[in-house]
Design a protein around this ligand. Structure first.
Ligand SMILES: [Zn+2]
Length: 190
């Protein structure tokens, strides 16, 4: 295991170890009572290094991205229009749309058909907002990130992998700018 990889360990009620990169650094989730911290890190070494590289690239790219200026009202109206269109296109139904400032994701789709949108989306270029809303609307057709899910995505966004990368980059651009805006020193996630 590379000594330089920074990570946090959490013990949760899970059956198998899980690795997450939601904030930019590795979170290793282990079943309660597990003593397999080192083994798990070794087992996933390759995957971890690939992720670390992706994040490093996104961080470098982050400096080159410009944020869009949009009011909360403009964001809401745009999201509602997009969600309406995508529900028609995918022949599905979204129950309610909530707006919330979230720390680890752009949006989420709940089991009861509600969509929660991160208000930070207001800083994103239109094509990425479109991708996020289409992605979440697709979850009301298929909950899991499986083959069926990605084939629906691929029909409208054949470049979805680039979109995912751009979203990671913008995530860091926004985090950086938020720090600058408040000009206070907060703990960096990267
Ligand atoms: Zn998803």
């Amino acid at each position: 295991m590379d000594e330089l990889v920074e990570y946090t360990v959490a013990y949760r009620n899970v059956k198998h170890p899980r690795l997450e990169y939601k904030t930019g650094t590795l979170l290793l989730i282990l079943p309660k009572g597990s003593k397999n911290e080192k083994q798990t890190l070794e087992k996933y070494q390759k995957w971890i290094h690939k992720k670390e590289l992706t994040i490093k690239k996104a961080l470098e790219q982050a400096k080159t991205k410009k944020l869009v200026s949009r009011t909360d009202k403009e964001l809401r109206s745009l999201i509602h229009t997009l969600a309406q269109n995508y529900q028609t296109q995918l022949n599905t139904k979204i129950n309610k749309i909530y707006f919330k400032k979230m720390k680890t994701k752009w949006a989420s789709h709940s089991k009861n058909g509600n969509l929660t949108v991160n208000t930070l989306l207001k800083y994103l270029p239109p094509d990425l907002i479109e991708y996020i809303i289409y992605h979440e609307t697709t979850h009301s057709v298929e909950r899991k990130h499986n083959e069926k899910f990605w084939s629906i995505i691929n029909k409208k966004f054949p470049d979805y992998q680039t979109k995912e990368k751009d979203l990671l980059t913008y995530w860091f651009t926004i985090q950086k700018n938020l720090v600058n805006l408040t000009s206070s020193k907060i703990r960096s996630n990267v």
